[in-house]
Design a protein around this ligand. Sequence first.
Ligand code: DGT
Ligand code: MG
Length: 373
Amino acid sequence: VNCSPPTAVANVSQYACQRRTTTENHNKIFTDVMEELAESSEFNESKGPCLAFRQAASVLKSLPSAVHCLKAIQGLPCLGEHTKAVMEEILTFGRSFKVEEIRCDERYQALKLFTSVFGVGPKTAEKWYRRGLRSLQEILTEPNIQLNRMQRAGFLYYSDISKAVSKAEAKAVGCIIEETVHWIAPDAILALTGGFRRGKEYGHDVDFLLTMPEMGKEEGLLLHVIDRLKDQGILLYCDYQGSTFDVSKLPSCRFEDMDCFQKCFLILRLEQGQVEGERGLQRDPGDSRGWRAVRVDLVAPPVDRYAFALLGWTGSRQFGRDLRTFAQKERQMLLDNHALYDKTKKLCLLATTEEDIFAHLGLEYVEPWQRNA
Ligand code: DGT
Ligand code: MG
């Protein structure tokens, strides 16, 4: 085995926003394990280890080739002793005993299952676990459990929503959204965001950003879109959140929080016939209904916030996290989905494109398909 480090390794940045990470992951055998360890740490509210595993996975995803021995990762940032021990185990035995132990853990299994339901976060999952519940069936038949509207939809469409959305399905959803939005407002600006903008083949939902070229005109837009989807008979679920955006409170700088733009979390009915390559096909012989439910997010910022929202909603989550950390630690700036604030100059920097934001931060531009950190 050739153990010399890849030449590029010497200057891998600790920040994902200074690395280029495509969907081609040469180190999946390590990163899958690390992401499971991160998830398990998250369930145990161990924030430090959770972040460390996510950062390590992210660095490995950016490497141009597979790691075959520990020597090859010498000098790489964000790989701590714990991570290296896990990698050594995988290199020696082809598996991680630590992660296999976690996979067998009753609590981990239950929390993973419960949080796979739309509308169920770690807190609710933990509450159900403590009440002795272990399966989805037990939750549905437990008389004292009050599900909210989102969770009821989550259970109702569970088998569809827990199935990955393909690129072809995302494209079909894009056609529906585009037609709907432009029927209402021909000059509306619409963009695909999230994982599919980064070129991913599969996703858990389809994310879009929409706005109007004239400030303020975006205000009633989402409600119109929702009405129109309802009229078409394809709106299975809708959670609309009005804007709580307040320019005078910029920047909010609550990193992990949701932004304040008007948005809606939807479940749409997608006809199989509308999906390219699926026309006339019946994928699953047991499923003859010819449609599936798909999770769709729509976010509508005012146009002067569009670039920040686009950058934030394109992700990946880790890429966004590192952009904000880089801004703060290296540039004394605060970045979120709404704005970029220069603490030294005490002013908000304007941007109409993502390129503007990278330039303000003194970063080389990273294309969406290189942000799969
Ligand atoms: P997936 O699972 O295939 O849909 O992957 P993504 O990357 O599309 O993830 P998704 O749909 O959960 O969110 C799209 C991006 O939007 C994500 O990369 C980061 C951003 N985002 C979504 N929700 C939040 C949030 O609550 N806080 C912050 N800071 N960012 C968020
Ligand atoms: Mg997504």
